[in-house]
Ligand binder design. Structure first.
Ligand SMILES: [Zn+2]
Length: 138
């Protein structure tokens, strides 16, 4: 599959690359990306001016909607074919005070798609935590 990769901090270090389809763990889901937007932060990453931590190389894209393509054996809240939208925060510390208060977007240790983890500007995205990162669309 093809993905849009920001491969270094230097300006304009973005290109389409061939990527392997990721395997998933027991509590992961594989998302077939249906739509992804370009955020202002993607433009900062393209220009080499992000003010946040980026783990290079990284696939861009953190605002997206998907269809569940595959679920891990321990995932109960989703099934193949469910339409979902994902949160930007892909991983949150389970002991987060912000998470307990529903303010997970303020958690300073959160890891985000398209920054610290691979993003959605590709065909198939591994989501590391189905319970926190996706909500069912009606
Ligand atoms: Zn954004």
């Amino acid at each position: 599959m093809t993905g849009l990769v920001n491969f270094a901090k230097e300006p304009y270090s973005v290109e389409l690359r061939e990527l392997l389809v990721p395997g998933i763990g027991e509590e992961d889901v594989l998302l077939a990306v249906q739509a992804v937007s370009v955020c202002g932060s993607d433009i900062h990453m393209y220009a080499g001016t992000p003010s946040w931590h980026v783990k290079y190389p990284v696939v861009l894209g953190h605002e997206f909607s998907d269809v569940i393509a595959k679920v891990g054996v321990r995932v109960r809240s989703f099934k193949e074919g469910d339409r979902v939208a994902s949160e930007t925060a892909a991983v949150l510390p389970p002991d987060s005070v912000y998470l307990r208060r529903g303010l997970y977007n303020l958690e300073p240790k959160r890891l985000g798609f398209g920054g610290e983890l691979g993003g959605a500007m590709l065909n198939l995205l591994k989501s590391p935590n189905a319970a926190c990162t996706a909500c069912r669309l009606r």
